[in-house]
Design a protein around this ligand. Structure first.
Ligand code: NAD
Ligand code: LMR
Length: 326
């Protein structure tokens, strides 16, 4: 019998949490042979709501769900966790930038980073979803003395998936036909969606979709999709964010099956001139269960190269803003 993996989810009673935990328990994230124990962490004010979520999880009778624990104590919530999904934090509302959340959300990741380092599995894998996710991840990783920094990642998979969704609609092909769509940098409007290495049914993107649309609409749609969802829904994306978090962890654990790249915000090793340590979205190749490497040596177009600098500069500025939390 395969030992269950312990998955800690913060903000489990929130919008994303409610879309996320049932899919983890059903096996969509870690595969159909991997039992899981869910450790749901919520603020004291929402811990009863999280208990309700746990009751519903029980009521689903998922064959792979080996237990559910609910707590408002981070030391308990992260205890022995193999996978840590940091969702719990404030979302932005209409008219706000994600970076406006930094002062309020940043401190959450100091305490949680320390609790993870002290109590989670020594090789725990962490994804930060709460915004601004790259810099919150930087804060959490800065607390790590025992867990490797490389295990701290932030989510730009939603941006990758959004780009794939746009290409799939435009080219009228299934999303699965699209490979190596890249997102560089920050999960913010400075992100750089890069189609230069992507293919649609094996052909270059430029040969499969209208060049004018690609230049004028595609890029802006991807970079500002979060805001467009907030304007339409009155609340930030939730089901698509949960789905992207599932994809991020699924591919990190189980691979992509075809040697393709995935976009993950990970600690920079200096590749492509990105300052070491910044949590930056790079093309990553999964080389084994829970093993990834930054894909180096890709040729960058002049336009991408120029825009990389803007997203680097923004992350350097965010890092300076939270200096006292690092
Ligand atoms: P939400 O308000 O619906 O839920 C957040 C939950 O987190 C709440 O239940 C709250 O009680 C809980 N929480 C707050 N602080 C906590 C703490 N310190 N410990 C444990 N739980 C805590 O918000 P949401 O829509 O689920 O969004 C959560 C975060 O995810 C936001 O910061 C949002 O901006 C971000 N987000 C990121 C992406 C991405 O692509 N990276 C996509 C969508 C949303
Ligand atoms: C998103 O991209 O949907 C999230 O980061 C939420 C937001 O504030 O845009």
């Amino acid at each position: 019998m395969t030992q269950p993996l312990r998955v800690a989810v913060t903000g489990a009673a929130g919008q994303i949490g409610y879309s996320l935990v049932f899919r983890i328990a059903s096996g969509e994230m870690l595969g159909p042979d991997q039992p899981v124990i869910l450790q749901l962490l919520e603020l004291p004010v929402a811990v009863d709501a999280a208990r309700g979520v746990a009751m519903e999880l029980t009521d689903c009778a998922f064959p792979l769900l080996a237990g559910v624990e609910v707590t408002s104590d981070p030391n308990e919530g992260f205890k022995d966790a193999d996978v840590v999904m940091l969702v719990g934090s404030k979302p932005r509302g209409p008219g706000m930038l994600r970076s406006d959340l930094i002062r309020e959300n940043g401190p959450i990741f100091v305490g949680q980073g320390k609790a993870i380092d002290a109590h989670a599995s020594a090789d725990a894998k962490v994804i930060v979803v709460g915004n601004p996710c790259n810099t919150n991840c930087l804060i959490a990783a800065a607390q790590a003395t025992r867990i490797p920094k490389k295990n701290f990642t932030a989510m730009t998979r939603l941006d990758q998936n959004r780009a794939v969704g746009q290409l799939s609609e435009k080219a009228q092909v299934a999303a699965a036909e699209i490979s190596n769509m890249l997102i560089w940098g920050n999960h913010s409007p400075t992100m750089v969606p890069d189609t230069n290495h992507a293919t649609i049914s094996g052909a270059s993107v430029g040969s499969a979709v209208d060049a004018g649309w690609l230049a004028d609409e595609f890029d802006g749609t991807v970079r500002t999709r979060g805001k467009a969802i907030i304007n339409a829904r009155g609340k930030s994306s939730a089901a698509s964010a949960a789905s992207a978090a599932i994809d991020h962890i699924h591919d990190w654990f189980l691979g992509t099956g075809d040697n393709s790249y995935v976009s993950m915000a990970v600690p920079s090793n200096g590749a492509y001139g990105v300052p070491e340590g910044l949590i930056f979205s790079f093309p990553c190749r999964v080389t084994g269960p829970w093993e990834y490497e930054i894909v180096e040596g890709l040729e960058l177009s002049a336009a991408v190269q120029e825009r990389l600098q803007a997203t680097i500069d923004e992350l350097v500025e965010e890092r300076a803003t939270v200096q006292e939390m690092l």
